[in-house]
Design a protein around this ligand. Structure first.
Ligand code: MSP
Length: 644
């Protein structure tokens, strides 16, 4: 089966940061996972180089625009190469082939009557390359997305008949419920479309740094709107409009995007494809936003994290592991060195690294490094069953991009291995002259490590190759089929010593960012000001909307043993499965009284552990001297309905 996976193409007006790295890591992981399973997979990434914003950045840098774009694009490519990103193509939108393909697409849409010429007058944000109706502006002037000043622009423009596709798009979301992942994000898109779609201005005459519209239109003052040419990269990269041999990979299986650009990918993009009579991608998968120590990253705060800086001190694959383990796909994530160090020390070094060292140590003592799986079934059928059950559950998580759950499950294998060692104590068995049993346990753990390495390889390819080398096998589709699909065990081999894979980290290795200075650059500062508290203690509306409040329906509730205050509650928020929320309301509500009732939930809180249980949200409640009551909608509302 063939697969096609894409990242967004990155703007070349700034350097890559860990937000970009996250999109690329997750797409790379998915590609490696599909390849491991034997699927012919094509992976595209690249850079988005047209538009007024890039032209202006080049001017500021005092360089010709193409030279500036080439240089910046190369920094992305080098970065991904240093991270061993296994892309099949790195597209630059200034590539000749891309221009040809984009013009061809424009021609097709025009010939179909989906593009027509008219005038446009509106408020334009250069930074976001987007027009906004006056009603959406902040204080009648500022861009609602980035806070920068907009300007009134009137120009002749070609329009794409987006309005024509409103019903078709709504049908798409209905018939293909996994088109937008996570499903919880679909509502915002559907509501936007239901609110009515205006035709989209798809050309500009106010600047020249863009793909010219086709010569056949004889109107060479127009260049394409950057989002039109940018979205088309996903097909021009496969040769659309030229040599389209690679179009066999279309439609894309998964297109990864950040939540901020979901609208472009879930509305404009399928509409363009419908107009081109091309099939639609299977999934548009939108991830959340990364912050640093709870704060937005921005140049003016000086707290932007360059992926290379992190990789240099903590290790590139440790960073991949951390980012994919830390955040449920779709939710926002926070980069803090403390959280990163904790995961390196406890999960990578303790759980995985130590387990490998333990069996290398034992096999060197008991069997001169020889490992044989012959007695594993005899002594460890229980562990083998548990291991196989865990392995079988993994695919489901990866298919839904839930890398955090995938890794959480995968780590259960190390628990099985460690527990088997404690319970069977091979060193005691050796003293009791039960060498077969001792070696059976060592071999069990070697097999656990081998299988876990295969499944961890899409996330940590190099590290797992080293583990596989120690275990005398190679990670590829063959070993995947044998050890994972056919559940076979390793053949007799000699284990090799490896250098420490995950040295413990005792203290933060990077300097924390200094606090923002008062003389920050005006543009970025303006944006920050919109988002931050001023002296009056009042907040901007945007700050309020950073909290995602939703109506939830309680599905189950139970008491938390030994806790006076806590109830463990499962709340339906209209997502694939209910969320678990641990709430301190036991003194005021009995567990039996809650199922079926509705509550208001803070849905984008970082998950936390309370008495060892994960809590993935918070219930709103009001408390005074008379007690506590839950805040509920006045009338029943569908689970997941946003509040605000
Ligand atoms: N050029 C457009 C995409 C065109 S795709 C046809 C663009 N480029 S971007 O460089 O601004 O952003 C690229 C990706 O990086 C987006 O998916 C965006 O969501 C992601 N991120 C940028 N900052 C981010 C964080 N702080 N955290 C997570 N991802 C973020 O948009």
């Amino acid at each position: 089966m063939s697969k096609y996976i894409t990242t967004p193409i990155y703007y070349v007006n700034g350097e890559a940061h860990i937000g970009h790295a996250y999109t690329t890591f997750i797409a790379d992981t998915m590609t490696r996972y599909e390849k491991l399973k034997g699927n012919d997979t094509y992976f595209l990434t690249g850079t988005d180089e047209y538009g007024q914003k890039i032209e202006e950045s080049a001017q500021k840098a005092g360089k010709p625009t193409q030279e500036f774009a080439d240089e910046m694009s190369a920094t992305f490519k080098t970065l991904w190469d240093n991270f061993d990103i296994c892309y099949d193509k790195f597209i630059k939108t200034t590539d000749e082939d891309h221009k040809i393909g984009a013009q061809k697409a424009f021609e097709v849409m025009y010939a179909k009557g989906d593009i027509y010429k008219d005038f446009y007058e509106g408020h334009y944000c250069v930074s976001c390359e987007t027009f906004f109706p006056e009603t959406q502006l902040v204080d009648g002037e500022f861009c609602p997305d980035c806070g920068r000043t907009t300007s009134v622009v009137k120009e002749e423009s070609y329009f794409f008949k987006l309005s024509k596709y409103e019903d078709k798009l709504l049908k798409l979301y209905e018939n293909q419920p996994d088109f937008i992942l996570p499903r919880s994000r679909a509502n915002e898109v559907i509501n936007f479309v239901k609110g009515g779609l205006h035709d989209l201005s798809v050309t500009r005459t106010s600047f020249t740094w863009g793909v010219k519209i086709p010569a056949s239109l004889n109107d060479d003052k127009h260049v394409m709107y950057v989002w039109l040419d940018a979205l088309l990269n996903y097909i021009t990269a496969l040769g659309y409009g030229k040599d389209d041999a690679n179009m066999k990979y279309w439609p894309a299986s998964t297109q990864f995007v950040g939540k901020d650009i979901l609208r472009f990918h879930a509305i404009y993009w399928p509409a363009f494809l419908m107009s081109l009579d091309l099939p639609l991608p299977k999934h548009i998968a939108a991830h959340g936003w990364w912050t640093r120590n709870g704060e937005k990253m921005s140049k003016s705060k000086g707290n932007v994290i360059a992926p290379k800086d992190v990789a240099d001190v903590y290790g590139a694959e440790n960073l991949r592991y951390f980012m994919l383990r830390e955040v449920p796909f779709g939710q926002d994530g926070d980069f803090s060195q403390r959280a990163f160090i904790d995961r390196i020390n406890s999960e990578l070094s303790n759980d995985l690294g130590n387990l490998l060292n333990r069996i290398i140590g034992m096999s060197s003592k008991y069997s001169d490094f020889e490992i044989d799986s012959v007695d594993v079934e005899k002594y460890h059928s229980k562990e083998l069953d548990a291991m196989n059950e865990t392995l079988a559950s993994l695919d489901g998580f990866m298919q839904k991009m839930q890398t955090h759950r995938y890794l959480e499950e995968l780590w259960k294998l190390f628990v099985i291995g460690n527990k088997a060692i404690e319970e069977h104590a091979p060193w005691v068995k050796m003293k009791e002259d039960k060498k077969d049993e001792a070696l059976g346990t060592v071999a069990l753990v070697a097999n656990i490590l081998a299988k876990a390495s295969i499944m961890l390889s899409p996330i940590m390819p190099k590290t797992t190759a080293t583990i596989a080398d120690a275990l005398n096998f190679k990670i590829n589709n063959d070993s995947y089929k044998k050890l994972i699909c056919d559940k076979k065990l390793l053949k007799l081999f000699n284990i090799k010593k490896v250098p420490p894979l995950f040295p413990r980290v005792e203290e933060p290795l990077m300097q924390e960012a200094p606090k923002a200075m008062p003389d920050d650059k005006p543009n970025d500062k303006m944006k920050e000001e919109l988002l931050q508290k001023d002296d009056s203690g009042l907040i901007e509306i945007g700050q309020f909307f950073e909290t995602s409040l939703k109506v939830g329906t309680i599905v189950e509730a139970e008491e938390v043993p030994k806790s006076k205050k806590l109830l463990k509650i499962q709340v339906d928020l209209g997502e694939e499965s209910p969320r678990q929320v641990v709430a301190g309301i036991k003194e005021f509500y009995s567990a039996e009284s809650l199922p079926g009732t509705q509550v208001c939930v803070v849905a984008n809180l970082k998950p936390a552990k309370l008495m060892g249980m994960m809590s993935e949200g918070m219930l709103l409640a009001a408390k005074d001297e008379e007690g506590l009551c839950l805040v509920r909608p006045e009338k029943p509302k569908k689970a997941g309905t946003p509040i605000g």
